[in-house]
Design a protein around this ligand. Structure first.
Ligand SMILES: Cc1ncc(COP(=O)(O)O)c(C=O)c1O
Length: 443
């Protein structure tokens, strides 16, 4: 396929989360992908160093997924999501109940991580109302947190650039982020920072727990720049939520399905949330899907509400909830992502990844490096005059060197596919190191 962007087609597609004006000057297109590579229309291969947008851990063109979707397409292309369902939806929900930790056994399906976040927040409010505690409506998120782009998600989210244009949000408060200067260049889970969870108490001191529905955090802040909490932080948060009757929601849109070397971040940190949201790797990114998995108590509370059986217990859902093609894609992905051999490989590669990314310590402009599992970030010293420019410029240089690198704020983020090799990881960071060095020389 040949496609030559011209002025008209460039402006007709308003790109998501993109500086469109810069893109028009330097369009970056891919028109094919296979395994761990994207290919430009000119045929240049690019290492996919972020598994798309953290969502394709099995790489591109996975045969089992392609076959499962093709089969499903010829069988049942769409089923109404309301009052009707189809067998694959139940099969997938059963699978998620089996895989998710503890009594997270009940899945509401949606189509993205953003929808999952907003669904979870609505579920938390509905739960407290059903419990007779309708005043528990406020939410607590965390600075630098990312929960997608819908109104609920940006309310609890803590990345200022994603919230500041949009006026009034939900009634939310934010824990401080878990980045600490003394943890700079820490490898894996840092030691310092359990005490940061106690900031919840300062919020409660002013807002009172009787008004709070839920705390929502990512086990590891992914989009905020792979900010890893200390080992005891989430345990402490769980303790405090229990003491104060507050639901704990883990947004596992990035950490779900193996990114940390455990199936979920909840498993990695050994902390049980009341609600877990996921998306992305659930279908290996091939068909959009999100999921909100809630515990037995929340489900039972909503099912046991007084009133006739014909009434809807939770009036919420999407036309494409549990879409048959997404279910087929998810079942085929999970069959592979849950193989113990693959998780062992992720853990093994995590060691290689840690070593490779930390080799960039000492390069000019590199002010922090963080990693956990097969995820990591390199924090670039900001140019005071143009605080968000350098990471973007370095990412552009990486592209020219054959590596697709995601930047966000001052961070270059990495989450290579689980199917890559140690050599691929080393190659990626060698090119990134060159790009940083070359860029620094131009300043
Ligand atoms: C933790 C987290 N939550 C929610 C989202 C939003 O997901 P989506 O872009 O599928 O709406 C993301 C996306 O990166 C995410 O990382």
């Amino acid at each position: 396929m040949t496609f030559h962007p011209n002025r008209h087609s460039m402006s007709s597609h308003w790109l998501a989360f993109t500086s469109n004006r810069r893109f028009h000057q330097q369009p970056r297109l891919v028109d094919r992908a296979e395994g761990i590579f994207y290919y430009t229309p000119q045929g240049q291969p690019l290492y996919d160093s972020l598994s798309g947008l953290w969502c394709t851990p099995l790489g591109h063109g996975n045969q089992a997924i392609t076959e499962a979707i093709s089969r499903q397409l010829g069988y049942l292309d769409y089923a109404p999501a309301f009052n009707v369902s189809h067998p694959l939806a139940f099969e997938l929900a059963d699978k998620l109940a089996e895989l998710a930790p503890g009594d997270l056994n009940h899945t509401l399906f949606c189509n993205s991580g953003s929808e999952a976040a907003d669904t979870a927040l609505k579920l938390a409010r509905a739960y407290w109302r059903a419990k007779g505690r309708a005043e528990k409506t406020k939410f607590i998120g965390r600075s630098k947190g990312y929960h997608g782009v819908n109104f609920g998600g940006i309310s609890v989210g803590g990345i200022v650039g994603n919230r500041k244009l949009y006026g009034q949000t939900l009634d939310t408060y934010h824990l401080p982020h878990t980045w600490l200067a003394q943890n700079r260049f820490a490898k894996g889970v840092p030691t310092e920072g359990d005490y940061l969870a106690d900031s919840l108490l300062s919020i409660l001191e002013v807002q009172d727990a009787s008004n709070i529905a839920a705390v929502i955090v990512e086990p590891m802040a992914g989009s905020g720049g792979v900010i890893v909490p200390s080992a005891g932080y989430l345990k402490r948060l769980r303790e405090l939520c229990d003491q104060h009757d507050i639901l704990l929601i883990f947004d596992e849109v990035i950490t779900g399905f193996g990114r940390l070397g455990s199936l979920f971040g909840a498993d990695f940190f050994d902390v049980q949330p009341d609600i877990l949201t996921c998306a992305k790797a659930l279908t290996n990114g091939v068909v959009p899907m999100g999921a909100v998995i809630s515990n037995d108590d929340i489900y039972a509370t909503l099912m046991d509400q007084p009133g006739d059986d014909y009434l809807i217990e939770f009036p919420h859902g999407y036309t494409y909830s549990a879409h048959p093609l997404a279910c087929a894609s998810a079942l085929a992905s999970l069959a592979q992502l849950t193989k113990p051999a693959l998780m062992s490989k992720v853990r093994e590669l995590s060691g290689v990844f840690e070593q490779a990314i930390h080799q960039l310590k000492g390069l000019p402009l590199v002010e922090d490096i963080r990693n956990i599992g097969l995820a990591g970030a390199i924090q670039i010293e900001a140019d005071p005059a143009h605080p968000l420019k350098r990471a973007s410029d370095i990412s552009a240089l990486c592209w020219d060197k054959g590596v697709y690198v995601r930047f966000g704020g001052n961070n270059l983020s990495f989450a290579p596919p689980f199917i890559c090799t140690a050599e691929d990881i080393q190659h990626i960071f060698a090119r990134v190191a060159e790009a940083i060095q070359e860029y620094a020389k131009t300043l």
